[in-house]
Design a protein around this ligand. Structure first.
Ligand code: BTN
Length: 323
């Protein structure tokens, strides 16, 4: 109900909606509407009530509210099953457990705060309350295990597109394999964890951490020079619920394209968004360091590096130990 009410407000931006109008559109009594308005106010929404004019939504809640996220979703499946947690150790841990217990594809776990956010290579992910997006999406593709890295690249492409759509002035790019950077500073990290049987994927959990509204003082000293947030880059507070919905829309769209057409469309997009392509790189991989010019992705999602000695070398994420 609150979801439909929020949708109605959003379809009528800046307009007053009378109790009667809302009650007609949503098919509930005016008393029920009043009750739902109070609920939304308690959840942090600012709603103005003017006698004879009606209600007007002034500001969305600064906290994440499940009905608000649902009201913004344009997807068929992704994000529709939503677990919104105030605090958890890691949304990855929660989502992996849900997936093992049969949760359906598209189930999304979000937390306002993580106490033990996981990063790649056993690192941690700084997850202060109410400022970032910490979410894990369950996928259940019927694919061989060796295609899992392509899903990692797909996830970075989808999140870049969502960010570019919502905050176009921020020039976000991908750094091999799946860090999202702005002006060389890390804005978003992506971590895919999967389980497989007989060389086929059973489930994959795509973990996405985006630094949305953090300020410099929200970072510990050691991250200040290497991390950034959308707010720090754009000077504006970004609506997290809207960005979550946009990520879900992009992920669902490109996941379907990938299942129908395979990796080539994702590869083209990844290469277009990657700062890595055309640059000199030095990447530690499988115990060695490969240095040369990054020229593109191969059919499996490996990075092809021209090492200048007449040969190319391809680096795969699964033996990448550089981070
Ligand atoms: C990286 O090291 O760059 C990957 C960071 C991934 C962080 C996200 S936040 C949501 C999800 N839950 C976790 O514990 N980690 C991922």
């Amino acid at each position: 109900m609150n979801e439909r009410l929020l949708q109605l407000f959003r379809e009528n931006p800046d307009r007053y909606l009378s109790g009667e109008q809302i009650s007609r559109q949503l098919g509930v009594s005016r008393t029920a509407i009043w009750k739902h308005i109070q609920e939304l106010k308690q959840a942090g929404f600012e709603i103005e009530a003017v006698p004879r004019l009606g209600y007007r939504l002034l500001h969305s809640s600064p906290l994440l509210v499940a009905d608000d996220i649902r009201a913004r979703l344009a997807t068929r499946r992704f994000g529709r099953r939503l677990h919104l947690l105030g605090e958890t150790d890691s949304t990855q841990r929660v989502a992996l457990e849900l997936a093992r217990n049969g949760a359906e594809e598209g189930t999304l776990v979000i937390a306002e705060r993580q106490t033990a956010g996981r990063g790649r290579m056993g690192r941690s992910w700084h997850s202060p309350a109410g400022k970032g997006i910490y979410m894990s999406l369950i996928l259940k593709p019927d694919l061989p295990l060796h295609q899992a890295p392509q899903l990692t690249l797909l996830t970075s492409v989808a999140v870049v597109r969502a960010i570019r759509m919502l905050v176009p002035k921020v020039d976000v790019q991908i750094k091999w394999p799946n860090d999202l950077l702005v002006r060389g500073r890390k804005l978003c990290g992506i971590l895919l964890e999967s389980s497989a049987e007989n060389e086929r994927l059973q489930h994959v959990v795509a973990g996405i951490g985006i630094s949305v509204n953090l300020s410099e003082e929200d970072y510990p000293e050691e991250l200040r020079s290497i991390a950034t947030s959308l707010r720090m880059e754009s000077g504006e507070t970004v609506n997290r619920a809207e960005l979550i919905a946009q990520c879900m829309a992009q992920l669902e769209q490109w996941y379907e394209v990938y299942l129908q057409q395979g990796f080539p469309p994702i590869r083209t997009l990844w290469e277009a968004y990657a700062e890595t392509i055309g640059r000199k790189v030095s990447i530690r991989s499988g115990g060695r360091t490969v240095t040369g010019l990054a020229i593109g992705l191969d059919d499996y999602g490996g990075l092809i590096v021209d090492t200048g000695d007449g040969g190319n070398q391809t680096i795969y994420t699964w033996d990448n130990d550089s981070g």
